[in-house]
Write a protein that binds this ligand. Sequence first.
Ligand code: ADP
Length: 234
Amino acid sequence: MITVENLRYSYGDEPVLDGISLTLDDEWAVLTGANGSGKTTLIRQFNGLLEPDSGAVRVDGTPVEDDPVAARTAVGMVFQSPRSQFVAATVEADVAFGPENLGLDHAEIDRRVDEALAAVNLDGRGEERIEALSGGEQARLAIAGALAMEPDHLVLDEPFNGLDWPAQRSVLGHLDDLAAEGVGIAVVTHDLRDLRLRADRVIGLSDGRIAFDLPPEEATERLPETDVRVPDGW
Ligand code: ADP
């Protein structure tokens, strides 16, 4: 469980998060809001990439700054532009990197890499060079890298950017499987297509505050105040 309590954060003297309180459990949450509303800044606190100026972020009850490794193990992050997230040249080496850093033994690392690649339909592709993969394959690889940590939560920042429709559907299908296994999913996105039936909650951020936190059907009329387009058929 990720618990955020009255979180405030500024870059220099520019306040960006202005008293956020939020609990994320094993549900499917969508975090939305205009560009610059603070979504990325918020999720970067979930695993200690940024630390609060005041307030607290806890993962399973422990403040993130007290045990960042535990937070990074429990909360998998998939950032925008996966290209910048890769640390190795080949598919398998990249997915193995996280588990290797946990100090797991080789058999366990191999098992996790195999399962993570299979989960995103990249099994058998471990030797391939990442730069030769398509954008959709790279997006799925970034998810595999997070999955290999076997996180309780998976947080994805604009995972559909740059993906064509089949690739987006494929990513959504994998997220469905994970959600069914009890992994909490948090998707930061402007693109709410196909999320209405999946999301348990839609959390709207506006100027560094939570404007609303509602089930999708109740969020509809609030979306315009966060400058988010209500998709056709929503
Ligand atoms: P969102 O993800 O909702 O687009 P961000 O969290 O990326 O919002 O940004 C919130 C605000 O913080 C914006 O005004 C942005 O310009 C500013 N910001 C983001 N990252 C930095 C940074 N590294 N240094 C200074 N300002 C930043």
